[in-house]
Write a protein that binds this ligand. Structure first.
Ligand code: DGJ
Length: 697
């Protein structure tokens, strides 16, 4: 393999060199065109200076403390006598083609082999991975294997995310001048608190301008990410699985592979960088291109109050407003009349459904809708037949009182018997019923999650969850799955390899949702984002919002209704039906277009939308979140349309409020430059416009 290697698709360049036995990303950013790589290396060579060791250790994919790297080492671990903790790899082999580089290195002293991989994805994403193999003759305890990607000196602004149940994906932006920012997730699922996504960019980067880099760990378990500026001035982003002590012990010959780390880059701001992640999701085999059926979910409509007659009436109403899928949420099985029992007992409750689920499913299907069902397969209630029969099937530290969460425990899927039991139950359910959709929930975090021998087991459990979903999908390829974890606690590209949709948040408050969805859209496209119109008064915040604001907020995503439609009168049902019809009319554009998030000033509004890939149409929403100092919102400048095309602009009416006094026709250039004046708007309201491009003159 020549070194370095230039991977490029005309938009992005990745220059990969060899650092000892490891790949090193020398450059990742805007396409360089034809480039003299020797000159580039000479230009970037860093002189040795005082205050440091005599040769600077490279920021390779797996930086080596053993070579003197001053930041966090990429590999941590040791043998039982404490040796092998600071390996240094020497190259054994290297392969490269136009899109990927793989280098194998060995450390004969530590008895380890390391393969590092760098790939330029067809979607424009950077994908990196590594595998460490124990080639020694004693067990090797792995502390971590994380991947480091250098960032340029001007990537000074960083965004990490924080959140909680009902408040996912809130950004935290700061300028990182020195030191490090760490993101640590120990919840055993992707988490509300510390999702594995960070952004870095040029100072002041925005939605439409400046260099931006994203780093995402495609993994649904524990994670560690770091953005760091080393004392020598170099900047790097690091990501990997967070392992418990002793969680991975490599026997001689055994190997550990990292989950993939996926990097998005754009020279033109955060919106364009997000689109690279969206292209990736849209290219996954699990991604369905058929229209996303509008659904009605029973959770906030009836909670655990499952009366078959009312459920049938709710289904009637769902069909009447134009829903295409009816999802029966928690409460349909065994003794599950509240959240204190029965997880693991996956058979239909004879009390609630004396004739089974078949009559309800037949009713739903007779109305022309698909049927979906809620399950929480990774859990076991202490008060369940499953637990009474198998009290040892719990993922907990032996010898300690288990810590309960929502009255439940985690089922130990690393055990073959427990895995088989839950697999067979779900398989039976899917064989016996016409189920098109599973809402796969996961409602408690891991606490000291340990296998039967007392060893940390979140890693093995996460792989077991993947295996369980994969096996069920193989056997039931028509069934779509939603990833839910108390709302948006499991949104990542590992789970999206095997699910079609995520439940973005348990918070259906439209005001809260605007922020949650906006930042979720930096990673995932709208069509995988479950977005429901809830009741007027939000169940999780107590706030009241108009139907038009709730509808405008849910409109762009995979639309659902989570509201007791039996409470609505004919006029309200007609309004809901009109909203559903409007969404169905436009969902092809909404769900195949390019996301658009538009920077605004300080007028209390945000703006977002979607643009057709060929720029023939767009839908844009202006949302007033708060009041502001000015009476009127600032004109909305809409970037990224076809500059020379004229667009016919009309209201998308979701309620009484209108934007336009009269129809307007403007070119893409005008819309980008002087924009369109919005009307006066109350806080917690939104307006939508549709832009239809006329054929070019
Ligand atoms: C948590 C989910 O996020 C909710 O939507 C609902 O399915 C409940 N679990 C049911 O227990």
């Amino acid at each position: 393999m020549p070194s370095p290697v230039h991977l490029t698709d005309g938009r992005v360049s990745i220059v990969v060199g060899r650092a000892g036995g490891c790949a090193e990303i020398v450059y990742w950013g805007a396409a360089l065109g034809v480039v003299d790589l020797d000159a580039m290396q000479r230009a970037l060579r860093r002189p040795v200076t005082g205050g440091a060791i005599d040769s600077e250790a490279p920021a390779s994919l797996v930086p080596e403390h053993g070579s003197g790297y001053p930041g966090r080492p990429g590999l941590a671990g040791h043998r039982s006598d404490g040796t092998g903790w600071a390996p240094r790899f020497t190259r054994v082999s290297a392969t490269a083609d136009t899109s990927h580089v793989a280098i194998v290195g060995r450390d004969e002293v530590a008895g380890l082999e390391l393969e590092t991989r760098v790939e330029l994805e067809p979607t424009g994403l950077l994908r990196v991975g590594a595998t460490v193999t124990n080639v020694g003759d004693s067990p090797y305890t792995l502390g971590h294997l994380e991947l480091t990607v250098p960032l340029p000196a001007h990537a000074v602004d960083v965004i990490t995310f924080h959140g909680r149940w009902c408040r996912e994906l809130h950004p935290h932006r700061q300028t990182l001048l020195s030191g490090a920012v760490d993101v640590e997730n120990r919840t055993g699922r992707t988490s509300h608190e510390h999702p594995p996504l960070v952004w870095a960019g040029e100072h002041g980067f925005g939605e439409q301008h400046a260099d931006v880099w994203g780093i995402h760990l495609a993994w649904s378990g524990n994670a560690h990410l770091r953005l760091e500026r080393l004392p020598d001035g170099r900047r790097a982003a690091t990501a990997g699985e967070l392992l418990g002590p002793g969680e991975i012990v490599l026997e001689p010959g055994a190997a550990y592979s990292t989950p993939p780390v996926l990097g998005a880059y754009s020279p033109a701001g955060l919106t364009d960088a997000s689109r690279a992640y969206h292209r990736y999701v849209r290219a996954l085999p699990a991604h369905r291109t058929r229209p996303r059926p509008v659904l009605v979910n029973t959770w906030e409509a009836v909670y655990f109050d499952h009366d078959p007659g009312r459920l049938r009436e709710l289904a009637d109403r769902a069909a009447r407003v134009g829903a295409e899928r009816f999802v029966l949420d928690d409460g349909w099985f065994a003794g599950r009349r509240d959240d204190t029992s029965s997880l693991g007992d996956w058979w239909v409750s004879a009390d609630v459904h004396p004739d089974g689920l078949a009559p309800l499913i037949a009713h739903v299907r007779g109305l022309g809708m698909e049927f979906g069902l809620w399950v929480e397969p990774e859990m076991i209630s202490p008060d369940s037949d499953l637990h009474r029969a198998h009290p040892d099937w719990v993922l907990q530290a032996p010898g300690y009182e288990p810590v309960l969460g929502r009255h439940q425990l985690v089922l130990d899927l690393t055990r073959h018997d427990a895995f088989t039991a839950v697999h067979d139950r779900l398989d039976r359910l899917l064989r016996d019923h016409e189920i098109a959709f599973l809402k796969w929930d996961m409602n408690r975090v891991h606490v000291a999650a340990s296998d039967a021998a007392g060893r940390a087991a979140t890693h093995a459990q996460t792989h077991a969850v993947y295996r369980l979903i994969d096996q069920l999908r193989d056997a039931h390829p028509g069934v779509e799955i939603e990833s839910c974890a108390s709302g948006g606690g499991r949104i990542d590209f590992g789970i999206l390899e095997r699910t079609e949709r995520v439940w973005t948040s348990d918070c259906n408050d439209a005001l809260e949702r605007q922020t949650i969805q906006r930042w979720a859209s930096t990673l995932i496209p709208a069509e995988v984002m479950g977005a429901h119109i809830g009741p007027p008064r939000s169940h999780t915040t107590g706030r009241t919002h108009s139907l038009s604001f709730r509808a405008a907020t849910a409109f762009f995503g995979h639309l659902g209704l989570e509201w007791n439609l039996l409470d609505l009168d004919d006029a309200e049902l007609a309004r809901v039906a009109a909203i559903v019809a409007l969404h169905r009319r436009h969902r092809d554009l909404l769900h195949t277009g390019d996301v658009l998030r538009i920077d605004r000033g300080d007028d209390g509004t945000i703006a977002h939308g979607v643009v057709a890939p060929d720029r023939s149409a767009a839908i844009v929403s202006l949302v007033r979140l708060t009041t502001s100092a000015s009476l009127l919102p600032d004109p909305l400048r809409i970037p990224d349309l076809d500059q020379d095309r004229t667009y016919e602009i009309e209201d998308l009416p979701l309620g009484r409020g209108r934007w336009l006094v009269e129809p307007v026709r403007l070119t893409g250039r005008q819309l980008a430059r002087h924009g369109l004046q919005p009307p006066a708007m109350n806080p917690e309201s939104a307006r939508l416009i549709h832009l239809h491009g006329e054929a070019a003159a």
